[in-house]
Each structure stands twice: as C-alpha cells, then as structure tokens.
Design a protein. Sequence first.
Length: 234
Amino acid sequence: MLKTHSMVLIALAILFCGRTGFSQTQVFTQPNSAMEPTILQGEKLSAEMQPFQPSRGDLVIFEHGVEHEAVLVVKRVIGIGGDVVEGRNLQIFLNGKIKDEPYVQHTGKRPFPVGFKTLETFGPVRVPAGKLFVAGDNRDFSLDSRDPSFGVVSVTDVRGRPIEIVDSPNLGRLHRSLRNASVVDDRDPQKTVADSFMANLVANRIGGAVDRMEPEFTAGLGRPEAEKAITRLF
C-alpha cells in the first residue's frame, strides 16, 4: 500500500501505457513525481520493452507486485548483485563509498515522520545475486528498495528501459535522452542554458513573472503586453 506524508504521495512511479498490444517500443505516461527531475510528472516517455542486463545508474522498467496485481514501475539502479548499499543522512554509500548522484533531488520537509526514516537512513543492505537495489531520483517522495516492504528487484522482472522524453509541457525537454540518464544533461551546454532560461520563463510567468525578467526583455511594453509576449514564446 502506498504511504503518504505531509499529504504528498510516496510514489511507486507506476507507468501508464499509451499503447495496447505487443510492441518493442511503447509510450508511457509518468503519473507522479517519484523520478523527478529526470522524468517530470505528466511527461510521456518512449521505452524499449525487452529484457536486458542492467548496470548501476541505468533506468529500468520492471514488474512489481504479486502475480496478476503486478504493475510496471520505473526506477534507477543503485546497486547490483554483490553490492552493499547503505543510506546515511540522505547520502547513499555504495560498497563503503559515497555515491555521486547529480540526478537526485531532495525536496521533502525534515525531520521525516515516524515510519519514513528509511528515506534518510537505511541498511546496510547486501544485494543478492540476480537482484537490483533501485530508487527514485526524487528521493523524498519515492517508495523503493530503501523500504524493506518494497525490497530489491529481480533482474528477471525487468521488462525494458526508457529511451527518451517524447512529450512534455516544457518544450526544452522534448527528445531528452534517458539512455544515459546518470548524466544530468548530456546536451550542448549553450542549448542547456537556453532551455533552462525558457523553463524558468514558463515556471515564473504567472504571478509576477514580468517583474523578474531582464529589463531589456520587457523594455517599452506595459505589463499586459509583456505577459502576452512571454506566453507566445511557448
């Protein structure tokens, strides 16, 4: 059963499939924030639906649950068979060393309520052979292998891997590759800066966005005209 804290869902990141029938490539909708900032809530992603041998850092789509109640879930592989994974004060230690995770975000309010301490500190957990220790990138709002009730995932339950973002409210994120998603953004740095600026415009254009824009951008425009000009960018 999914847990909640501070009225926010601890999300499994269950995927909604946009196609029916068998297809090696399928499109899914991400219904929650468990994989942010890598995959945003509401974004659509294409996925290559065939089993593979995951490595640390890979994004995987796997079945989770019991028999006919199993659902497809997307998470990131933290540890593979033989690894020892431990969490201390929101930091992941892999085989005794702090794991560099630039894709992770922490947005939850601390201290965590009783029952959610594994979001912060857990283990150490030795990953059995043929199993995967997985976690969501939005660590404060993801139900994953840190919680014993979720546990590790069998490699035989892996059904595929995400390929890229195919639909997003943020146009700068379209076609963002998810194959090498352990890199925060492997696109051209100048384009990344431009995309970040566009994303900030979208996020801030309502409720005083014009006040935060560069003066030269809105020079000669009244506030209503400036807001319309910003809106037309998207």
